[in-house]
Design a protein around this ligand. Structure first.
Ligand code: 6CS
Length: 281
C-alpha cells in the first residue's frame, strides 16, 4: 500500500487527465477500478484509524480493511492521499478519490452526501488535557461554560461539530491539522483541551510521552460513533460490492484479525448497521 507523495498525486491526476481521459471518467465503477489497478482512498493520518509511515507506506485500521476488501474485489492496491476531514466528502464528490476510508464517522448529514458501507470502526470521544484537569472539563458543554477554555479539533471533524453544537463560540474552537500539532498546541497552552476519538487521543498522548498530559475518556454526553467506507452516491453498485466482501471478512473472522490489533472492537461494528447509524440524532 503506497502513499503517493504530494507531487505524484498531482502528476497522477495530470497523467490521467492527459493520457487516459479525465480522472472523472475512470474509477466510476468496479470494472473501471479493476482496469485502473488501484482504488484512490482519502485518509487523515490519525493513528490508529489511518497512519502514514516516514517511508510513505500507509497503514491504520481503515486502509487495511479497505485493502483487504478491494483485493477480494480484484483491485490489487490502494493509493492514499491525506485530506482534512472536512475536505473528504467534497474531494470524493469531485472524483479526487474513489472512496474515503479514514474513520469518517456516519452521521445523518454525511449519510445524505455519500453512500456509506456497513460499519467498520467504532469509537467514543476523548479529551487530552493538562494533568489534574484544572478546568474540570468532562464534556463539550463544560468547555462552552468556561469562557477561557479553548478546544482544538480537526477541521470539519466530529469533535469540532460537537463543540460548536454544545455552544462553544467559534473563536474558542481551534482547527488542528494533525495529531502532532494538536499535542504541541496543548503542551504550549494554545489550547486547553484537544479532542479526538479515544483510540486516536490515546495514541497521540502515548507518542507525546508527556507526563503533564492526561486523558478524559469517554467525553460525557458524546455518542459512540462508527465509520464506514464512503463512496459517491452514484457509485452504490461499487458500495454494494464492497459491502458483500466486507460481510464475508466479518463472517470469516478476518475483519477482527485486521482491526482488533489496532484496539478496535469487531463486535461493536458488527452489532450495529449503517441504517441505525445514519438515523441516529
Ligand atoms: O469522522 C470524524 O469527523 C472524526 N473521525 C476520526 C477518526 N477522527 C476525528 C474526526 O473528527
Amino acid at each position: 500500500m503506497r502513499l503517493h507523495r504530494l507531487a505524484r498525486p498531482l502528476f497522477l491526476c495530470a497523467s490521467l487527465s492527459l493520457g487516459l481521459g479525465t480522472a472523472s471518467a475512470l474509477s466510476a465503477d468496479l470494472d473501471a477500478l479493476k482496469e485502473q489497478g488501484f482504488a484512490r482512498i482519502a485518509i487523515a493520518n490519525e493513528p490508529p484509524f489511518t497512519a502514514v509511515k516516514p517511508d510513505g507506506t500507509v497503514s491504520g485500521a481503515a486502509p487495511d480493511v479497505a485493502r483487504a476488501v478491494f483485493k477480494r474485489l480484484g483491485i490489487a492496491d490502494v493509493v492514499a492521499s491525506i485530506s482534512e476531514y472536512g475536505a473528504m466528502i467534497p474531494g470524493l464528490q469531485a472524483r479526487r478519490f474513489d472512496a474515503v476510508t479514514a474513520g469518517l464517522f456516519m452521521k445523518p448529514e454525511r449519510c445524505n452526501a455519500v453512500a456509506y458501507s456497513e460499519p467498520v470502526l467504532c469509537d467514543a470521544e476523548a479529551f487530552a488535557l493538562k494533568k489534574g484537569n484544572p478546568l474540570g472539563l468532562k464534556s463539550y458543554k463544560d468547555i462552552a461554560d468556561n469562557p477561557n477554555a479553548k478546544i482544538g479539533a480537526p477541521g470539519g471533524g466530529t469533535e469540532e461539530r460537537l463543540a460548536l453544537e454544545a455552544g462553544v463560540p467559534r473563536d474558542r474552537v481551534i482547527v488542528v491539522p494533525d495529531t502532532q500539532s494538536g499535542m504541541t498546541m496543548l503542551q504550549q497552552g494554545r489550547i486547553d483541551v484537544y479532542s479526538l476519538p479515544v483510540l486516536s487521543i490515546n495514541a497521540a498522548v502515548k507518542t507525546a510521552e508527556n507526563p503533564e498530559i492526561e486523558v478524559v475518556a469517554p467525553v460525557q454526553g458524546a455518542p459512540v460513533y462508527c465509520d464506514g467506507a464512503a463512496f459517491r452516491k452514484q457509485d452504490t453498485a461499487l458500495r454494494d460490492a464492497f459491502d458483500k466482501e466486507l460481510a464475508a471478512i466479518k463472517a470469516s473472522g478476518e475483519f477482527a484479525k485486521i482491526i482488533e490489533p489496532y484496539g478496535f472492537s469487531a463486535a461493536a461494528a458488527m452489532s450495529t448497521t449503517r441504517e441505525k447509524l445514519c438515523a441516529a440524532k
